[in-house]
Design a protein around this ligand. Sequence first.
Ligand code: Q46
Ligand code: ZN
Ligand code: ZN
Length: 320
Amino acid sequence: MKCRVCREPAVIDLRRHNANFCAEHFLRLCRDQVSKAIDQFAMIEPGNRVLVAVSGGKDSLAVWDLLVGLGYDVDGLYIGLGIAEYSDASAEHVRAFASARELRLIEVDLPADYGYDIPNGSRAAKRVPCSACGLSKRHLFDKAAVDGGYDVLVTGHNLDDEAAVLFGNVLRWQREYLGRQYPVLPARNGFPRKVKPLIRLGEREMAAYCVLRGIDYQVEECPMAAGNKHIGYKEALNDIEVRSPGSKHDFYFGFLARASEEFRREVIATQDDVLEPCVRCGSPCGGDLCSFCRLVERASNDRSQPVDLTTKPSRSETGS
Ligand code: Q46
Ligand code: ZN
Ligand code: ZN
């Protein structure tokens, strides 16, 4: 197995590209794919201040490393979700990464700063954990970006993530979600642009990138993800990819090129631009209180109730 570029021994085969690469040329390929995504979708402009949301997993640490390597001015944001040992270990990976490279890391801790963690918050709000978690993260990403004066918020979603989300949205023809699934969401209501520079790279590539760059990431999956539909969609697409390499890429990029505009037009036409500030936190929202402040309120009301040890969590509350 030889590198396609230099004919030296290869360390990875990429069936989607029908090629093998040595370490040096694989790392270059990753950088080139990120640059290409940034250029193709005008994700980051020169001089932009960039904030990357980091979880401690391979994708978010890799995208931070890649953007710094490409010369961007990037700080990190870590949100402690209070998911027992998983969150403790994730935070350690993020801190070690940032301090070894002398990068600025902003930390927000849900239990310490807002008085709830994802397991309790989701139970109080009667949402599945990933829904309470997604809502909390979106709000805190936006808030940190606005408070810190950042122009762009980066997330580490890769090709496998985006193809799996697309698969789920297409299965149920969720037109609104399809209209929002795009690698760049423009700045709106005072919030920064949101971008996904890893859309041209898959999960396996990101794991290899971290190993080759010596990035020590959180390998454990979040325990709350067990049984979630997204994982099932990823497995289904992996089966297809084995039989037909390049399918995920063609599925996702085919959608972007041929279909997404129609759905995006619908979303833009129905977008409510006269949002009022939340009475508690000031974030733009449709009612008096934004959904994040409602979640915080429910979680704190729940804490003041006596704990009923005879009640078992319902199916939807556990996310299974
Ligand atoms: S962290 Fe949060 Fe994920 Fe865990 S609770 Fe679900 S959404 S699975 S990216
Ligand atoms: Zn090579
Ligand atoms: Zn609010």
